[in-house]
Design a protein around this ligand. Structure first.
Ligand code: WT7
Length: 663
C-alpha cells in the first residue's frame, strides 16, 4: 500500500463523524420487517450454523450439503462444498414449480418508451431456450462466455442461460472500449460473446457490436461465435459463420432444458474490476455461497415481500451491483422488479420518478452520485410525481454525504422510508455492512453495522482493532459465503492484494472509523484506486493509457473531490519533445482534447479525465515515486502540503506557476 488517497485521520472528514441525528425505524416498519434483532444473536452464537440455515432456507439444493465451511486451503475458502445446485434453477424454475409462474419477474422499460412485462414462467422458458441455443453454439460446462449488452431483458436471460449450463459469464460493461473488452475476453479465454447491435442511451441509439468486432479483430482470442441481439435495428457489420442473430436461434430453441447441477464451488462468474496496477483483476465467484448471501442480504436489507413489493435497483448489469441485486438476489427471492435501459434525464429529468410513480416502486436502490445529481437538478422535479409507494431506500457505491442522505430521505422518501447505506465490493459479492431497516436507528452518512454473519473490524497499522472514536483500515476477519474465490488465473495476486497486509485477514482497501457508538464510517480508498460515480478506476491504468500516447512522456493521475461524482479523474502530463512532438498542436487545449479521447478509447468514456494539466515536472520522492498527495492538493485548489520528502522541493512551485499562466 502506498500513497494514501484519504487518510482515516484527515481533518476534512472529522466533521462527518459528529453526526448526531438518528432515525429509528417506525414501530409499524419494525413489526413487519423480515429480519429482527435476534438475527445478530443467532449469528454471533453460531455463525456457520446461521449461514447453513440460510443456505437451506433460501435455496433449493439438488444434493444437500453437509460441510458448511472448508478452510483447509485458506484463503481459498470453500462453502457448502459437498452440495450441488443450479443458479438459474434457483432464480427462475423453482418459482414456477411453486406455482408462481404467473408472477411478474421483470417490468422492463426501454429508454425509447418500449415496455415489456415478463413473468417467471416466461423467463424460465426464455432462459431454457437460450441455454439450448448457446449449447448448440458449442458452449459447454466450464467454458467462459463474455456478455456485452445494454440493459435489456436479454441481458438477464443471457446471464441465467450461462448459469444454467454451468458456463461462467464475464459481463463487460457496455461503456467499456473495444480495447478493454479485448483484454477481458483474452484473460477469461471466452468462447462466445453475447452482444447487441446497440442500446438506447441519452436519446439515441448507441452501437455496441462495432466494439466487439474491433476487439476480436485484435486477435488472439478463443471466440468461436458472437450471438447478437437486435435492439436498435441499426446496421451492423457481419462475419458469416462467426456471427449469429439471437432471434434466429433462441426463439426456435426448445423450452425444455435440464439444468446442469454443479458443485457449490463451481465458478458462476468472473467480473473485472480495477486494482492498484494497470491490469484489471478478474474477480471470480462461485455458486452456492454467492447465491446464499446475495439472497439473504436482499431479503434482510431490502426487506423484500415478493407478493407485494416492486423493487428497483438502478445499477447496470455490467457491475457487481447488477449481478447481485438485479439478477441473482431479487430473482432467487422471487421479486417483481423494474429494469430501465437508459439515462435518468432522457427524455426529461423526471424520468426515474415517473417510473417510480408508473410502476408503484416500493424499494429503490441507487448510488450517491445519482442522488447528488438529482439534488442539483432541484427538488421541484421529483415533487412533480407521486412517490408515496416508496417504503425503503438504499444507497451503494461510495460514502454518501449526510447532506445527500438527508435530501434522499426527505425529498424521495417523504421523511418516512428508512435508508440503508450498504457497504460492499465486487470482491465481497454481496452486502457486508449496512443497517437492518427494521432494527437499526439509521445515521446519515454511516453504513454502521456488519450484517448478521459478517465480522468486520477497523484495524490500526499494526493490525490491532481500534476502539470507538478511532480510525484505521477496514478488514473482514472471518470468511463469508459470497467472498471472492480468487483472481482469475492469478493466485499470487489474490494472496498479495487481499491477504498479506494483515496476514489471514481480508484487507478491503478502505479507510474507516468507528464512532463513539461503535458504528462504522467508510472514508474512501486507501490505495491508488479512485471512485468516480461509484465506479472503480485505477490511477495506474489511466496513467498507462496516457503514456501509451506518443505525445506523452510521463503522467500522474489523482482522484480529486468532486461535488457530484464523489471523485473525479485529474491527470498531470509531461509532453515529449523531439520527433514525437512533430504532429502535436501548439494549443494545449487541443492536446488535452486528444488525450481525453485517447483514454476513452483505451479504457472507456467513464475513465476520461475531468481535466488534464500539462506540466513540466512531476513531484517525486528521492526514490522516484510520484507524490500524488501533492498533486491532489493542486487538483483540489488547496495549499500544497508538506514537500520535505520531495527530491526537488522547487517542483511544486514550478507546477503551480505553470498552471497559473494564462492559457
Ligand atoms: C468500493 C467497491 C459494491 C458495489 C458498488 C461498488 C466503495 C461501496 C460503499 C458505501 C462507502 C462504499 C468502497 C469499496 N463503496 N459502497 N456504502 N460507503 N464506500 O463496487 O466497484 O467493487 O467498489 O466502493 O470504497 O471498496 P466496487
Amino acid at each position: 500500500m502506498t500513497d494514501v488517497q484519504s487518510t482515516p485521520d484527515s481533518p476534512a472528514l472529522e466533521n462527518l463523524l459528529h453526526e448526531t441525528r438518528t432515525f429509528p425505524p417506525t414501530p409499524a416498519f419494525a413489526a413487519q420487517a423480515n429480519v429482527q434483532a435476534e438475527a445478530y444473536e443467532r449469528a454471533d452464537a453460531d455463525r456457520l450454523g446461521f449461514w447453513a440455515d440460510n443456505a437451506r432456507a433460501l435455496l433449493d439444493w439438488q444434493t444437500p450439503f453437509e460441510t458448511v465451511l472448508d478452510d483447509s486451503a485458506a484463503p481459498r475458502y470453500g462453502w457448502f462444498t459437498d452440495g450441488r445446485l443450479n443458479a438459474a434453477y434457483n432464480a427462475v424454475d423453482r418459482h414456477v414449480a411453486a406455482g408462481n409462474g404467473d408472477r411478474v419477474a421483470i417490468l422492463w422499460e426501454g429508454e425509447d418508451g418500449e415496455q415489456r412485462r415478463i413473468t417467471y414462467g416466461e423467463l424460465a422458458a426464455d432462459v431454457a431456450r437460450a441455454a439450448n441455443a448457446i449449447s448448440a453454439l458449442g458452449v459447454g460446462t466450464g467454458d467462459r462466455v463474455a456478455i456485452y449488452l445494454p440493459m435489456i431483458p436479454e441481458a438477464v436471460v443471457a446471464l441465467l442461460a450461462c448459469a444454467r449450463i454451468g458456463a461462467p459469464h464475464s459481463v463487460v460493461f457496455g461503456g467499456f472500449s473495444a480495447e478493454a473488452l479485448h483484454s477481458r475476453i483474452l484473460d477469461a479465454e471466452a468462447k462466445l460473446v453475447i452482444t447487441a447491435d446497440g442500446g438506447y442511451r441519452r436519446g439515441g441509439a448507441s452501437p455496441l457490436k462495432p466494439a466487439v468486432d474491433d476487439a476480436l479483430a485484435k486477435g488472439g482470442t478463443a471466440v468461436e461465435h458472437v450471438l447478437v441481439v437486435r435492439r436498435t435495428g441499426g446496421d451492423v457489420a457481419w462475419t458469416p459463420q462467426r456471427d449469429v442473430w439471437w432471434h434466429d436461434v433462441v426463439p426456435q430453441a426448445s423450452a425444455e432444458h435440464e439444468p446442469v447441477w454443479v458443485d457449490a464451488e463451481h465458478p458462476l462468474f468472473i467480473l473485472y474490476t480495477s486494482g492498484t496496477t494497470g491490469k484489471p483483476k478478474g474477480i471470480f465467484h462461485t455458486t452456492g455461497g454467492y447465491l446464499t448471501q446475495a439472497a439473504y442480504t436482499h431479503h434482510a436489507v431490502f426487506d423484500l415481500k415478493p407478493e407485494t413489493d416492486v423493487y428497483w435497483c438502478t445499477a447496470d448489469i455490467g457491475w457487481i451491483t447488477g449481478h447481485s441485486y438485479v439478477v441473482y438476489g431479487p430473482l432467487v427471492n422471487g421479486a417483481t422488479q423494474v429494469i430501465y435501459e437508459g439515462t435518468p434525464d432522457t427524455p426529461h429529468k423526471g424520468r426515474w420518478w415517473e417510473i417510480v410513480q408508473k410502476y408503484g416502486v416500493t424499494i429503490l436502490y441507487t448510488a450517491p452520485t445519482a442522488i447528488r445529481t438529482c439534488m442539483k437538478w432541484g427538488e421541484d422535479i421529483p415533487a412533480g410525481f407521486d412517490l408515496s409507494s416508496l417504503r425503503l431506500l438504499g444507497s451503494v457505491g461510495e460514502p454518501i454525504n449526510p447532506e445527500a442522505w438527508m435530501w434522499y430521505r426527505r425529498v424521495i422518501g417523504g421523511d418516512r422510508a428508512p435508508i440503508v447505506d450498504t457497504w460492499w465490493q465486487t470482491e465481497t459479492g454481496a452486502i457486508m455492512i449496512s443497517p437492518l431497516p427494521g432494527v437499526t436507528a439509521t445515521k446519515p452518512g454511516s453504513a454502521q453495522t456488519p450484517l448478521p454473519g459478517v465480522v468486520a473490524e477497523v484495524l490500526d497499522d499494526a493490525g490491532h482493532a481500534v476502539g470507538n472514536g478511532q480510525g484505521g483500515y477496514l478488514a473482514l476477519t472471518e470468511p463469508w459465503p459470497s467472498m471472492l474465490r480468487g483472481i482469475w488465473g492469478d493466485e499470487k495476486r489474490f494472496a498479495e492484494t487481499y491477504w498479506s497486509r494483515f496476514p489471514g485477514v481480508y484487507f478491503a482497501g478502505d479507510g474507516a472509523k468507528k464512532d463513539e457508538d461503535g458504528d462504522i464510517w467508510l472514508l474512501g480508498r486507501v490505495d491508488d484506486v479512485m471512485n468516480v460515480s461509484g465506479h472503480r478506476l485505477s490511477t495506474t491504468e489511466i496513467e498507462s493509457a496516457l503514456v501509451s500516447h506518443p505525445w506523452v512522456a510521463e503522467a500522474a493521475v489523482v482522484g480529486a473531490a468532486d461535488e457530484t461524482t464523489g471523485q473525479a479523474v485529474v491527470a498531470f502530463v509531461i509532453l515529449r519533445g523531439g520527433d514525437e512532438a512533430a504532429d502535436r498542436p501548439d494549443d494545449d487545449a487541443e492536446v488535452v482534447a486528444t488525450l481525453r479521447g485517447h483514454v476513452g478509447q483505451a479504457i472507456g468514456p467513464i475513465a476520461k479525465p475531468r481535466s488534464i494539466l500539462v506540466v513540466s515536472e512531476l513531484p517525486k520522492t528521492r526514490s522516484g515515486k510520484i507524490m500524488r498527495r501533492l498533486l491532489r492538493d493542486v487538483a483540489e485548489n488547496r495549499s500544497v502540503g508538506d514537500v520535505t520528502t520531495l527530491a526537488d522541493s522547487g517542483v511544486m512551485s514550478l507546477i503551480q506557476q505553470g498552471l497559473a499562466k494564462p492559457a
